[in-house]
Design a protein around this ligand. Structure first.
Ligand code: ADP
Ligand code: MG
Length: 292
């Protein structure tokens, strides 16, 4: 590729709101055969909202939300924000939190008004041997509707489920179809549970996904694909996407995401839309075609 044509390509991409760090990345982008997309904040809006509260063992909805929110006040996870916002919308007063601990990829624990709280996914409840009764079935039903269900246990006893929904960005479906038409296999990656991942992937036309991936493991998944001989692009927005973005042959950061993700990426999308990725690939392919 001539330096001039690469410069023109980088310029065209910039006009489309796609900042390419160097000419090398533009040339690599044309050869990618696999594009890994983070789910939360990349395919979805990344602003989950509480949709269902299901209680058991004598707890009521307000109490469940109040306890979960008091606990989540200690967390900065988008899921935590959803819980706290929902409690605020119901004008619930939060109690003070002691001994807070975040369990990566699983949930959170801590003590509120002398009660030991555990809040998170099925894996967490299973590890701590919480008896979920029929809640597991209810959670699976919600997950099949693309909700993310979280269980609350109070002093080791199941108190209920809070489910959140994080809607797919309005143009994710169309942008993913464009990527597929450009010849890329699109793969989704998420820390979320299997059933929710399956439902979201189905909504956006993705066949291949990795679910329940622990934060430190996203990079390994990208490396695995590379070991299979694939040339891999990765798109993400979060701190825990940064190592995977660096590992990828081309890393794409959502510009509205965290600085760490942007610093680890070769390409930054100035807008939230995944169309920027398809634009970058199309421009990259056109640039390389002109050179041959
Ligand atoms: P993602 O970035 O895909 O949400 P994480 O590894 O951060 O992946 O989280 C994976 C899962 O762990 C979440 O879907 C949720 O079930 C649980 N989890 C993580 N953090 C929290 C939290 N603060 N509160 C409740 N559940 C959590
Ligand atoms: Mg994300």
């Amino acid at each position: 590729a001539t330096p001039m044509s690469v410069m023109v390509g980088v310029g065209k991409a910039a006009e489309a709101g796609v900042l390419i760090r160097n000419g090398q990345a533009l040339q690599q982008a044309s050869k990618l055969d696999t594009m890994v997309l983070d789910k939360t904040g990349t395919i979805t809006a990344g602003h989950p909202e509480v949709t269902e509260v299901i209680t058991r063992n004598g707890f009521d909805e307000s109490e469940l939300l109040q306890l979960a929110a008091s606990l989540e006040a200690g967390s900065e996870h988008p899921l935590a924000q959803a819980i706290v916002e929902s409690a605020q919308a119901r004008e619930l007063t939060l109690d003070s939190l002691e001994g807070f601990n975040a369990i990566a990829g699983h949930g959170v624990e801590g003590s509120v008004t002398g009660r030991m709280l555990l809040f998170g996914n099925y894996k967490l409840m299973k590890d701590r041997e919480v008896d979920l009764g029929d809640l597991r079935t209810r959670a699976q039903e919600l997950a099949a509707q693309a909700r993310t269900p979280m269980y609350l246990a109070v002093d080791g006893k199941a108190a209920g489920i809070i489910a959140v929904a994080d809607p797919v960005k309005e143009d994710s479906v169309a942008a993913i179809r464009r990527l597929q038409k450009l010849g890329l296999e699109v793969v989704m990656i998420t820390g979320d549970n299997e059933a929710t991942a399956k439902a979201v992937a189905g909504k956006v036309g993705i066949q291949h996904y990795f679910a329940e991936v622990l934060p430190d493991d996203k990079q390994n998944k990208v490396a695995q694909l590379q070991q299979q001989g694939k040339l891999v692009g990765m798109v993400g927005d979060g701190i825990n996407d940064a190592p995977a973005l660096a590992q990828a042959d081309v890393g794409f950061a959502i510009g509205t995401g965290t600085d760490v993700a942007i610093e680890s990426a070769d390409v930054t999308l100035m807008r939230g839309s995944l169309h920027g990725i398809a634009d970058a690939i199309a421009i990259s392919k056109a640039t390389l075609r002109n050179i041959k």
